[in-house]
Design a binder for this molecule. Structure first.
Ligand code: BDR
Ligand code: CA
Length: 318
């Protein structure tokens, strides 16, 4: 089985990605580490537990991690996901935070990876704060990973949090910088534009959430707010990337980790993050001509097999 560690800021698409991994028979999830991001850290932890509960998988260890970026205090979160990160639907029977592990997410990442060096894939779908802290505590951490899959950044400077910055990178630019510059394991990046350019049709979305299962009912409820928000954002701003169809950003990174054949084209290139620009802070920088002379390159995902993606999503709600 593929061994996965998931680092998430559990909003709606993180939930979709987690459910995809939970449903995949070829995958074992060793733990889920939580980072603030789409909502406050406490909500992120609650949301992960809610997802595990719906899937009857509360035995998977969940760890609480960073509550704010490396610089500055807590962030407001992404309105797209609702205040609570999962569309603000009533949750009478949510599991309590006593289900969380006592160990901190960052020490858990270091420990779990040291127990099986070279065997574990890390999938990161939130701000990269926990990962940056991990490599600063133990510089050998990246070497012990088999590989890493990140949802974040952008290729052509189109942002979604700031003019040029994608949410996960621009929320903690220093953390993204540390990860992109200090992680030596093979790293795959599903960027914001890549995910938008590979959106799915609304027909597919309806077929997906109208499956007659408990998981599909949960998904339909938690996605309602974000779809409404995305559509009104499109109408107000004319930003076509929002409504080109149904986009589950984090699920692309997860699908890449679950099934190697999902990625059909990736560009091997050095990448970094702008830390200083007044308009471009948090933007991913792609060094296609190698001027940064960086040794560690990343694979920026460019094309994928959407039929495989749809099959993984459908299975996630079965
Ligand atoms: C990313 O930002 C978050 O809002 C989503 O969960 C995803 O990880 C997309 O830019
Ligand atoms: Ca996310």
């Amino acid at each position: 089985k593929k061994l996965l560690l998931l680092d998430v800021d559990c909003g709606v698409d993180d939930a979709q990605a987690i459910m995809m991994a939970l449903a995949s028979p070829s995958v074992e999830i060793l733990g889920i580490t939580c980072c603030y991001g789409n909502t406050l850290l406490e909500n992120v932890c609650k949301n992960v537990l809610r997802v595990l509960q719906v899937c009857n998988r509360l035995e998977i260890p969940v760890y609480q991690g960073a509550a704010s970026p490396l610089l500055g205090g807590p962030v407001e979160g992404a309105l797209y996901h609702g205040q609570d990160g999962l569309g603000d639907v009533p949750v009478p029977d949510a599991p309590g935070l006593d289900h969380l592990q006592k160990e901190h997410a960052v020490t858990a990442l270091l420990r779990i990876v040291s127990e099986q060096p070279g065997q574990i894939s890390l999938v990161a779908t939130g701000p990269l704060t926990n990962l940056a802290l991990a490599v600063k505590l133990d510089p050998t951490f990246p070497k012990k990973l088999k590989n890493m899959f990140i949802m974040g950044g952008n290729i052509d400077s189109r942002g979604n949090l700031t003019v040029c910055g994608e949410f996960n990178f621009a929320t903690d630019p220093e953390a993204a910088y540390v990860v992109l510059n200090e992680f030596t394991c093979p790293t795959y990046i599903a960027t914001w534009e890549f995910t938008c350019h590979n959106s799915l049709s609304w027909e597919f979305y309806h077929e997906w959430v109208n499956q007659d299962t408990k998981k599909a009912k949960f998904m339909k409820k938690i996605t309602f707010h974000s779809i409404k928000y995305g559509k009104s954002n499109h109408e107000n701003t004319g930003n076509h990337l929002w409504t080109s169809g149904f986009v589950s950003c984090d699920s692309y990174a997860m699908a890449s980790a679950i099934d190697e054949s999902f990625v059909t084209e990736a560009i091997e290139t050095a990448v970094s993050v702008e830390l200083n620009g007044s308009l471009t802070r948090g933007m991913m920088v792609v060094d296609m001509i190698g001027l940064l002379k960086k040794k560690n390159k990343a694979f920026v995902i460019n094309k994928c097999d959407l039929e495989k993606f749809k099959a993984l999503l459908i299975a996630a709600l079965k």
